[in-house]
Write a protein that binds this ligand. Structure first.
Ligand SMILES: Cc1cc2nc3c(=O)[nH]c(=O)nc-3n(C[C@H](O)[C@H](O)[C@H](O)COP(=O)(O)OP(=O)(O)OC[C@H]3O[C@@H](n4cnc5c(N)ncnc54)[C@H](O)[C@@H]3O)c2cc1C
Length: 440
């Protein structure tokens, strides 16, 4: 058999199903202009991808293979390759609308085989008894635990493969026109070793601590395989570590990916209620420029823009503030996060924004409105996180930074007063939502 191995969200050689097919192979990676054109020229993800594509090429070479790298539309690439006598294209799956349409298009040019790698479960593996998708996380999670077998994390053994003769010249990454800054988290295995899984439950909500794994970007691009991660959990479990809280979060990722597979419109449209945010460019700009005057929100946005990461609890606080206090359309906030998050995944991002906006599958309705001051007082008591990203507030007592009344009076010449009042915004949001709560 002669196959094209299309690397996309699996930028690694270890435990990669693409390398388990015996025969002649053409491994390739495509820089797709449809995706790249959407990115700003200093997008941090490009530094990450470029680094890992080059590393992948080198690791394939060490195995006697190579990687052909293209900058073109996948359609044009496969139109060029199709006449060269390939039996099939093999790639791992992605569920968003763009990826699904792209793969369908390629399957008209060459037989297309999707292999499971990006997620632990296929969407069809976890359905309710009546064959419909789960809409609530807990039953989905229970089903995932019930159906999980060692086969789900079995390591793929590399097969004997010979390299199809092609042009495998070095690719000039500078020709892509990106400044490709190198992000801090490059090595997935270092990140895995550094992560104190045993403390996850007790530290994961405190944004000043590195209590979470920071593995999102590696899981996103497959630089750390999901099966490798789960085998690591199994080893830790044998050593007595409670791995369940972390496993649960990984299953949230599956839950959202499956939902998007079943309901592709959730990328941009509400699941549950007809209410929409109220477009307001000025408020949106204040949020994106970290000028809301609410320290925990502004610190979160600064973290995101500076580092490409935002702590999960801060994501929840920011998204709630954006959709409830500012009453802005969740889709705008989702796009802002998408532009900056290194670990951006369409499913997790859109569905989490819908969760925050109260428009998603979550049965808890729209009246869950976080108080950002109570949140920061609880999870960043000494304002360590806030002042890390808002150093101008360093001299202000932590208590003041969690105190809306004090902030409304003004605390620093170079820091704005809050642009909304929590209580008033809450009342306004509830009235707005009540008016539009007919289900869709
Ligand atoms: C508004 C909003 C937007 C988000 N956007 C994204 C996104 O674009 N991409 C993304 O991967 N996650 C997203 N999340 C979920 C979560 O915030 C991140 O996965 C997590 O912060 C990544 O950091 P970590 O790797 O240290 O997480 P850890 O806590 O160490 O979790 C390990 C892994 O589990 C998965 N995970 C953890 N929590 C969640 C969750 N709530 N939902 C889905 N998967 C989860 C991720 O793959 C993560 O890397 C979003 C959450 C919110 C509230």
């Amino acid at each position: 058999m002669r196959r094209i191995l299309w690397f996309r969200r699996d930028l690694r050689v270890r435990d990669n199903p693409l390398l388990s097919f015996e025969g002649e192979v053409l491994p390739l990676f495509i820089f797709d202009p449809a995706i790249l054109d959407e990115l700003s020229k200093d997008d941090k993800r490009m530094g990450f991808i470029v680094h890992h594509v080059q590393k992948l090429k080198q690791e394939l070479q060490e195995r006697g293979l190579d990687l052909a790298i293209f900058y073109d539309t996948p359609k044009r690439v496969f139109e060029t390759l199709a006449p060269l006598g390939f039996d099939e294209v093999v790639a791992s799956g992605d569920f968003d609308t763009y990826a699904t349409a792209r793969d369908r298009e390629i399957s008209h040019l060459l037989p297309f085989r999707l292999v499971k790698d990006t997620y632990v479960f296929e969407p069809e593996e976890l359905l309710k008894k009546d064959g419909s998708p789960y809409l609530v996380f807990t039953p989905f999670y229970n089903a995932a635990k019930e159906r999980f077998t060692p086969l789900h994390v079995k390591e793929y053994v590399p097969a004997t493969q010979t390299l199809f003769p092609y042009m495998y010249a070095a690719f000039d990454m500078n020709s892509l026109g990106f400044s490709t800054p190198t992000p801090a988290t490059l090595d997935p295995h270092e990140a895995l070793v550094r992560f104190a899984l045993e403390n996850y439950l007790s530290t994961r909500d405190f944004m000043a601590q590195e209590g979470t794994s920071r593995l999102g970007v590696h899981v996103r691009f497959g630089t750390l395989g999901i099966r490798t991660l789960l085998r690591h959990l199994a080893t830790q479990k044998k050593e007595g570590v409670d791995t369940e809280p972390f496993f649960r979060q990984l299953m949230f990722r599956e839950f959202y990916a499956h939902l998007l597979h079943h309901f592709p419109h959730l990328e941009t449209q509400n699941f549950r209620y007809a209410f929409e945010g109220i477009p307001n460019a000025k408020l949106h700009r204040a949020f994106c420029e970290a000028k809301t005057g609410v320290p925990i929100v502004d610190a979160g946005v600064r973290e995101l823009v500076q580092t490409g990461f935002m702590h999960n609890r801060v994501r929840m606080i920011c998204a709630s503030f954006y959709t409830k206090h500012l009453l802005l359309p969740w889709q705008w906030g989702e796009r802002f996060f998408a532009a900056h998050l290194l670990d951006y995944e369409r499913a997790s991002n859109a569905l989490s924004w819908q969760w925050s906006a109260g428009t998603g599958v979550d049965p808890q309705p729209y009246f869950r409105i976080f108080n950002p001051y109570a949140q920061s007082a609880k999870f960043d008591k000494e304002a360590v996180y806030i002042t890390r990203f808002l150093p101008e507030l360093h001299a202000i007592p932590a208590k003041t930074l969690h105190d809306e009344t004090a902030l409304l009076k003004g605390v620093h010449v170079h820091y704005p007063n809050p642009i909304v009042n929590h209580k008033e915004a809450r009342v306004k949001a509830l009235a707005h939502f009540k008016k539009h709560t007919q289900s869709i």
